[in-house]
Design a binder for this molecule. Structure first.
Ligand code: FAD
Length: 259
């Protein structure tokens, strides 16, 4: 299988760097082909701007979605964007690895999503009408591929529990896992989390690697998070709200997971 690791940490000798190196070795030892998009090492440009298409006419308004769609269609996207899209097409599974910064991904990785997820590639896919609201949330260009987050946090596990002060980790990661991964079609596996990184030592690192190794070994058999598919009958279209008889009374992020 082909595995792409999209990785964001500025320091190669960091905990994240060590975990990324471990993952590459483990996956390669199991016979998988692995490619890494090391965003800091690549000096990835994190901002969307008119230079993302060679067709933009200076002095004219820059419409992000429209220019993104046109550049994808005409093959005029900047080369770094097209190269990452090719890696996504190549991959059977994509791992996004990052330290939790301000309860989300580092800006450089958000900028990777903003730029690589072009209109017509990750959104604006499929028929949009009163009967169908596009191929998204379980369908789309990346359907059939698996995705998983590897996230490290300074905070302790209980801080991210159901009643923890930071909010439940499933809620914090919902915009990424549901919004950025399930939306364009990925099957999203439960995240691999390393909490309380300030207390990391050799013994804990070894335990983390053991646990991560098992998750990587099970990348193809782990049951994805059962997010509800937009076009499988649970939602009224075009409102895209849950039907009254689906999880009655349930609201919030958890309502979109079929328990
Ligand atoms: P490092 O700092 O590289 O290492 C962490 C520890 O692991 C160190 O003690 C190091 O000695 C040890 N270590 C490293 N490599 C090894 C190895 N190979 N073997 C054994 N030990 C090793 N945390 C939150 O919970 N929520 C937040 O919202 C949040 N926001 C943040 C925002 C910013 C801007 C920053 C800088 C930090 C934030 N943090 C937050 C903390 C952050 O999530 C952690 O600092 C990060 O996850 C640690 O990962 P690292 O790779 O940077 O670790």
């Amino acid at each position: 299988m082909n595995v792409l690791i999209v990785y964001a940490h500025p320091e190669p000798s960091s905990l994240n760097g060590a975990l990324k190196d471990f993952s590459v070795k483990r996956l390669e030892a199991a016979g998988h082909a692995v490619r890494v998009s090391d965003l800091y090492a690549m000096q990835w440009k994190a901002v969307v701007d008119p230079n993302d298409s060679s067709e933009h006419v200076p002095g004219t308004p820059f419409n992000v979605s429209a220019e993104s769609a046109r550049a994808l269609r005409n093959g005029t996207q900047s080369e770094d964007i097209a190269a990452e899209q090719e890696k996504l097409k190549w991959a059977d599974a994509v791992i996004f690895q990052f330290p939790l910064w301000w309860f989300s991904m580092p800006a450089i990785m958000k900028g990777w999503v903003d730029r690589v997820y072009a209109y017509g590639f990750a959104y604006g896919v499929g028929e949009h009408s009163d009967k169908r609201w596009g191929d998204r949330y379980g369908e789309g260009s990346l359907a059939g591929k698996r995705a998983m987050l590897i996230v490290t946090t300074g905070g302790w596990e209980p801080h991210y529990s159901a009643r923890g002060i930071n909010g439940p980790i499933d809620d914090l990661l919902f915009p990424i896992q549901h919004g950025m991964l399930f939306y364009p079609g990925f099957d999203v596996l439960p995240p691999f989390l390393v909490y309380r990184t300030g207390r990391m030592d050799e013994a804990k690192f070894s335990q983390a690697c053991d646990a991560l190794g098992r998750r990587l070994d099970e990348l193809w058999s782990t049951r994805p998070i059962p997010y509800r598919r937009q076009n499988a009958g649970d939602y009224d279209i075009p409102e895209c709200t849950l039907k009254d008889d689906v999880a009655p009374g349930a609201t919030g992020f958890g309502a979109h997971v079929a328990r």
